[in-house]
Structures are given as C-alpha cells and as structure tokens.
Design a protein around this ligand. Structure first.
Ligand SMILES: *Cc1c(COP(=O)(O)O)cnc(C)c1O
Length: 423
C-alpha cells in the first residue's frame, strides 16, 4: 500500500469532507521553501504551510537548538517549576512586544492562546465583581476552533453546527475602506447595549477571511472607544505576528496598545506547536489576591515545554537578523510590483499587499463560496503546477517563507497569472 492508501484507511484530516475530497499528497521531505512528495514531485510552499514557517523547512539553526534542548531538559511540569528557556522567551518578548505587555502565559496553539485571552477577559470582570459577559468580534473573523475561539469566529463553515451553544458575542463590521464610520458606530452601540468584557480582533489583516486588510488609524480608533468604556482589547496576532506584516507585530503600526496579545503559528518557526498570550500588569493584578478563587485556573500539560521554548528563541533570533529583515522587505517590494502589474487586469477585482502578505480577488460569474467550485479549480491548477496555494473562494493569497528566492516568487506569480487566464 502507498502512504496515501494507508492514510485513507486510518486518518481524519482537518477541514475535510472525506467523501468528496481528493486524496492528500504525501510529503516525504522539505527544505527551505520547497516540499517533495513520495513521487519526488517538487512543490513551492507559497503559504508557509498555513503561515507557520517563515524561515524555511528543515531549518538547521532551529533544529540544532531543539536537539540541544531535547538532550538537556526536554520537559518539566510548569506547575510549581520553572526553567531558563521559558524565562528567556519572556525576556525576549518583553524586548519586542508593545511596551505595555508585561506578563506571558504559555499554551499549545492559536486557539488556546485565544481561549485563554477570552477567559481572562471574562474573569477579569468576575474578579472585580462587575457583570460583563459579552465579547465583541469582527464579521468574518477567525480566531480558532476551540469553543470560545469558535464563538468569536464569524465564518459559518467553522461554526454553524454549534450555533446556540456559544458565549455571547456581538459582531461589528470590519473597518475596511468606506465602512470605518459604520464600524465605529457598531462598536459604540455594542458597548451601550451589552455588558461587554472584551473586543477581539485580527489586527490589520483578517487571514482566514481571505487576507482582508484595513487601516491602522481605524483600529486605533476602535481601541480608543474600548478604552473609554473600560472594555479589554485582545489583538489576535496568531497569523500576523513575527514579521508577516513587515513589522515584528501588526500592532507595531498602531498608535494604541492592546491589553492582550495572542501569539502562535510562526512563534517556533513552524517546528513545535506552542502559543503565548501576553497581558498588561493591570490584568495580572486583577488575578493577584489572597483569595485562591481569583487565580487563573487554566493550564495545559505541556505548558511552556522547554523544547518549544528553545525553538521559539531560535526563531526570534533568526527573525531579528538583518538578513531576515531584508528578506521581508525584498518580498514586500516584489509583491508591490506584482500587484501593480495585475491589479488592472480585466479579470481582477482588486489586489492588496502588506508585508509579505499578498492577495488578489478574481472575478467570477457566480457567487463564490469559501470552499466553492472556483476554489477547487484554482487549487488543483496550482498543485498540478507544483505551487502550494489554498485560495479562499475567489481570493488567491501568497504568504511565503521569508527565505523564498526571487526565482521561486516569480514562478508563484506566473502561476497565478496563468490561473487568472484559466478560470
Ligand atoms: C490560525 C489562527 C488561529 C488558530 O490557531 P490554531 O493553531 O490553528 O489553533 C487563531 N487566530 C488566528 C488569527 C489564526 O490565523
């Protein structure tokens, strides 16, 4: 039996309708921006394997750090114990995060980073004897698949089976061009009509919605409104963090600082699952008490896993090198010229770029759904050409590893141009 035959016998894949989906491609090795399947066919990983892998696959520097940690202290429980890798990750993050972030809490993935932030927002007011139980989130947001994260998410594919079982969430429009005022007013109304504890948002770019972008001034205004009303703000930087937007964090563009930040995906350079939620001192203080009931009773067995911490430290070191920063600028410049080249194409609705993130919306005769027919046609075309891109409906986006070569980038662009002609 081949790998894919054995796979179909035993394995259940994420976001997959197994009856109608194609068999998965069995990848046997990877290096830098390239993947190879069991027949030795080569693919360019143009989405950094779901946005986690900025420094390239099978990265030696991170692998060495992981090996060293694995053979020194692979894991120790974090309840009642601590260790150097966790402390060093905290110190490093304090250097690069917005200045008001003072405490970090470890978990395992983007969803748990969000779950922790939402629970902390709710318990913050519980601890202060204030009844605030509603969370505000954007339309078409994506914050993950655990229950509170799912409640905050607004893409129906992920949440429809669970409607009616969620914590209270009020949804407001994303302040894309022309909708800024509507977004501000919706936020003010949400706060006026509900007992709002927190506002969670993907800063500047909504990833899973199809790389929907909005301006930093609008986000600053929304955060200001929350601050005036004592509503906690949660920046979900799970996708945008660690250089994707051209700055270390998307919040680095924004004049207002959030109360909490969620990190995962590129945190460990795509090697080991790990996540972090960061907090202001004020939030930590609301849990700091003689009363044990005011503590945060949340934790995961693998909290602050030292091997994951070692991977995170190596990743942050790589990110901050001049070489990597130049790579980010190089890809950004390259995207901008590609955008200029295709944005007036008759089949293109719009194209947009921020940092290494590029997206193009392709015209379609019918209403295109998230996993609709155009998406399948595009996806198959890209795979056949040896380029890994996962369109969202009629939106094709690129989020390459920062080390992708110019030649590889050009091949990705050319393939997208061919796809636009093909559909
Ligand atoms: C991917 C993502 C999540 C969820 O992360 P997982 O590791 O898949 O649980 C949450 N928020 C945003 C913005 C994401 O892009």
């Amino acid at each position: 039996m081949t790998l894919t035959e054995k796979d179909s016998q035993y394995l259940w894949h994420p976001y997959t309708q197994h009856k109608t989906s194609q068999t998965p491609i069995a990848i046997t090795r990877a290096e830098d921006a390239l993947l190879w399947d069991e027949n030795n066919k080569e693919y360019i990983d143009a989405i950094a394997s779901w946005w986690v892998n900025p420094f390239g696959h099978s990265n030696k520097f991170i692998a060495d750090a992981i090996y060293k940690q694995l053979t020194t202290l692979e894991h120790v429980l974090f309840g009642g114990f601590t260790h150097e890798p966790a402390v060093k990750v905290a110190e490093k993050l304090m250097e690069i995060l917005p200045k008001n972030q003072q405490k970090i809490f470890f978990s395992d993935n983007g969803s748990t980073a969000v779950e922790v932030a939402i629970k902390v927002a709710l318990q913050y007011f519980f601890n202060k004897n204030e009844k605030r139980t509603t969370i505000i989130a954007f339309e078409n947001a994506f914050h993950g698949d655990t229950f509170a994260a799912m409640a905050a998410s607004g893409i129906s594919f992920y949440t429809q089976a669970f409607q009616g079982m969620f914590i209270d969430v009020v949804r407001i429009p994303v302040p894309v061009k022309g909708l800024e005022q509507a977004s501000f007013e919706a936020l003010e109304n949400a706060i006026k009509n509900n007992n709002c504890a927190g506002f969670i948002f993907e800063p500047l770019v909504q990833g899973a919605a199809g790389m929907v972008m909005y301006e930093q001034e609008a986000l600053a205004k929304l955060i200001q409104i929350c601050k005036e009303n004592n509503v906690l703000t949660i920046a979900d930087e799970v996708m945008t963090g660690f250089g994707k937007t051209g700055k270390t964090f998307a919040m680095d563009y924004v004049s207002e600082e959030p109360d909490m930040i969620c990190l995962s995906k590129a945190l460990t350079g795509g090697t080991i699952p790990m996540a972090i939620t960061t907090f202001t001192q004020d939030i930590f203080d609301a849990f700091y008490d003689d009363d044990i009931n005011k503590a945060l009773f949340h934790g995961h067995t693998f909290t602050a896993n030292p091997t994951g911490c070692a991977a995170a430290l190596a990743s942050m070191d790589l990110l901050l090198t001049n070489q990597m920063q130049q790579n980010i600028q190089r890809i950004n410049a390259s995207h901008l010229s590609f955008q200029k080249k295709i944005e007036n194409h008759p089949k293109v609705i719009t194209a947009r770029t921020l940092g290494v993130i590029f997206a193009v919306e392709i015209k379609s005769n019918s209403e295109e759904s998230y996993y609709g027919s155009m998406r399948t046609k595009l996806y198959n075309f890209f795979i056949e050409k040896g380029v890994v891109l996962r369109p969202v409906g009629n939106i094709v986006y690129i989020l390459p590893p920062y080390i992708m070569t110019n030649q590889q980038l050009q091949k990705v662009y050319t393939t997208i141009e061919e796809a636009i002609e093909m559909v």
